[in-house]
Write a protein that binds this ligand. Structure first.
Ligand SMILES: C[S@@+](CC[C@H](N)C(=O)[O-])C[C@H]1O[C@@H](n2cnc3c(N)ncnc32)[C@H](O)[C@@H]1O
Length: 187
């Protein structure tokens, strides 16, 4: 069982994320992807970013943890949710956009390559993906959860094998420029 499969761990994370503003990355995504596009969020967790995304997109939320999906659907019966592993993305649906915030950090580097290939397959032509990562060059396991840190160059190398790079920038989440977002396009 993974850390976030436990309902009490999911609830604890939701509590911890209460004060976090989900608008920063969503606003960047909105500059690149037009209103009313279909968007899949990977690893939605508490759903704070999904709450923002759903204001202007046709959203489908997803997570590998059923606990997060169950908790979100209690308050949001009208939102489609999928139990999806970001690595395999086993769905026949296609989307104009894919969004994830600090989710692909839990895949190892081979799994990230698999995810990138699957994302390419489930995006419509011209589709966009935005993903965020912690900046660094190490890997660690905390509470059984894998954390993989990236520098810009490595992300560019991984994503440019399938996608056109639209933007890649550092941003600050807890410490100055501790995070990176990347936006890529299926051309
Ligand atoms: C750090 S939390 C981020 C949650 C949310 N995106 C946010 O910004 O608050 C990581 C999330 O990724 C999910 N996750 C971890 N590994 C995953 C995987 N392989 N596929 C899909 N979701 C995964 C976890 O269940 C958790 O919801």
């Amino acid at each position: 069982m993974d850390y976030f499969d436990s309902i009490s761990n999911a609830k604890e994370y939701i509590k911890m994320a209460e004060g976090i503003d989900g608008t920063y990355l969503v606003n960047i995504f909105k500059k690149h992807l037009k209103k009313d596009s279909s968007v899949l969020e990977l690893g939605m967790g508490p759903g704070k970013d999904l709450d923002e995304l759903k204001k202007c997109y046709k959203v489908v939320g997803s997570d590998k943890s059923k606990a997060f999906l169950d908790l979100y659907s209690e308050e949001n019966k009208d939102i489609e949710l999928l139990l999806l592993d970001a690595k395999t993305l086993k769905t026949d649906k296609k989307f104009d956009g894919i969004y994830s915030n600090k989710v692909l950090i839990h895949l190892d580097k081979e799994e990230l390559k698999e995810s990138i290939n699957r994302q390419y397959n489930i995006l419509n032509e011209g589709g966009l993906a935005l993903h965020s990562f912690w900046k660094g060059n190490s890997e660690e396991i905390v509470e059984g959860l894998k954390f993989v840190y990236y520098e810009k160059g490595e992300l560019l190398e991984l994503f440019s094998k399938k996608f056109k790079i639209i933007d890649i920038e550092y941003y600050t989440e807890m410490e100055y420029e501790d995070s990176i977002y990347i936006i890529v396009k299926k051309t």
